[in-house]
Design a protein around this ligand. Structure first.
Ligand code: UDP
Ligand code: MG
Length: 319
C-alpha cells in the first residue's frame, strides 16, 4: 500500500462488541471523503474475542493492522507501540468503545493537514458520562492540568485527537501519560495546539476500563510532568542546587560553632560541649542531606545518559 494520508490508532481492552461497527463507520467516512488510511488496532491484553475479530477483519481489509500485547500494559503503552509504526501524514487516535464518533475524522484531518496544527484535541463539550464520578472531577482535573502545564485545554483526556506525523514520532508516551500527550508535545516544541468540540455518547457496550483511581494517578502524573518538564533533562540543576545550598548552610553553621568554641577556649571558658548546641545537629543534618541530594542529582544525570528508552512492554504478534 502507498503512503496513507491517515493512520488511525485504536487502543482497546475487551471491546469485542464495538470493533466491527467501529471499523465499518471509519471505512465509510474515509471512503466518502477520499482519505486513504491505515488502522492500527492495539489489543492491550484483551481476554475476550477482540483479537480474533481484528484478525478476521484484516483478512479482507489489508489497511488494517493489529498489535497484540501479551498482557494488559495500559493505554499509554498501546499508543506508544502504534505511534512507532504509524505511517500516515496525520495520525488520529480514538477509543474503541464507540464513545467517540468516527464521523469527526475528516474535519480533524483537515485541521492538521490544511490549517497546519500540530495537535487538534477533541473536546467532549457535551458529555455523556456520570456527573459525580467523571464529569465534575474531570473539570477540576483539566483546570489544574492547564494551569500547571501551560497548555490550556478543556479536555486533556479525550481519546479522540489528531496529530501531525512528526509529533507522534517525537514524543515518548509512557506510564499513564496518555492523559498529557499535548503537554509532552508542547515540551517537545510542538506549540500549535488547538481543540475542537466533538460529539460524544454514552458507552453503548461494556464498561469503562478506568476507575476513580484515574484521578489520583492523573494528579501524581501531573506533578511528575511539571517536575520532569522543568528538571527532567537536567536533574543536577534541581538536586545539585538544593544540595549545594544545604551543604553550604550546614558547613557555615559548623564553622561558626567551631570558631565560637575556639573563641570561648581562648577566653578560658571550657565545659560547653559543641554537641550541646542544637545548631550542631542542624548543621550535621544539613551537610549530610546536602551531600545526598547532590549525589541524587548526579545519579539522575548518569541515568539519563544511559537510559533513554521507556519501552517496557512485550508484543506477542503484529499483523
Ligand atoms: N484501554 C486500553 N487499555 C487499558 C484501558 C483502556 O487500551 O488498560 C482502551 C479502552 O478499550 C478504550 C480506551 O482505552 O478503547 C478508553 O478507555 P475507556 O473507554 O474505558 O475510558 P473512559 O472513556 O471511561 O475514559
Ligand atoms: Mg470510553
Amino acid at each position: 500500500m502507498n503512503q496513507p494520508n491517515l493512520s488511525i490508532v485504536i487502543p482497546l481492552l475487551n471491546e469485542e462488541e464495538s470493533l466491527e461497527e467501529l471499523f465499518s463507520r471509519i471505512d465509510s467516512v474515509c471512503r466518502t471523503n477520499n482519505l486513504s488510511y491505515e488502522i492500527w488496532f492495539v489489543d492491550d491484553g484483551s481476554t475476550d474475542l477482540s483479537w480474533t475479530i481484528i484478525e478476521n477483519l484484516k483478512i479482507s481489509h489489508p489497511q488494517i493492522h493489529g498489535i497484540k500485547f501479551s498482557r494488559n500494559y495500559g493505554k499509554s503503552q498501546a499508543l506508544h507501540a502504534a505511534f512507532e509504526r504509524a505511517k500516515g501524514d496525520v495520525v488520529i487516535t480514538m477509543d474503541a468503545d464507540l464513545q467517540d464518533f468516527p464521523e469527526e475524522i475528516p474535519e480533524l484531518y483537515s485541521m492538521v493537514k490544511n490549517e497546519n496544527y500540530d495537535i487538534v484535541s477533541g473536546w467532549k463539550k457535551k458529555r455523556f458520562d456520570n456527573v459525580m464520578t467523571k464529569n465534575l472531577p474531570s473539570k477540576l482535573f483539566n483546570a489544574a492540568a492547564s494551569k500547571v502545564s501551560g497548555v490550556s485545554l478543556h479536555d486533556f483526556n479525550c481519546g479522540l485527537k489528531a496529530y501531525k506525523h512528526q509529533v507522534v514520532k517525537s514524543i515518548d508516551v509512557y506510564g499513564d501519560m496518555h492523559r498529557y500527550i499535548p503537554v509532552l508535545a508542547a515540551n517537545a516544541g510542538f506549540r500549535r495546539i488547538t481543540e475542537k468540540p466533538v460529539q460524544h455518547q454514552a458507552r453503548p457496550y461494556g464498561t469503562s476500563k478506568f476507575g476513580t483511581e484515574r484521578f489520583v494517578r492523573g494528579f501524581l502524573d501531573l506533578v511528575t510532568l511539571w517536575f520532569v518538564s522543568r528538571f527532567g533533562g537536567r536533574p543536577m540543576h534541581f538536586f545539585g542546587a538544593v544540595g549545594t545550598l544545604m551543604f553550604i548552610v550546614g558547613f557555615l553553621s559548623a564553622l561558626w560553632l567551631g570558631i565560637s568554641k575556639l573563641i570561648d577556649v581562648s577566653r578560658g571558658i571550657y565545659g560547653n560541649l559543641i554537641a550541646e548546641n542544637p545548631w550542631f545537629f542542624i548543621a550535621l543534618t544539613m551537610m549530610i542531606l546536602g551531600t545526598l541530594l547532590f549525589i541524587g542529582g548526579f545519579l539522575g544525570e548518569l541515568i539519563i545518559r544511559t537510559n533513554r528508552e521507556h519501552k517496557n512492554y512485550h508484543i506477542e504478534e503484529v499483523i
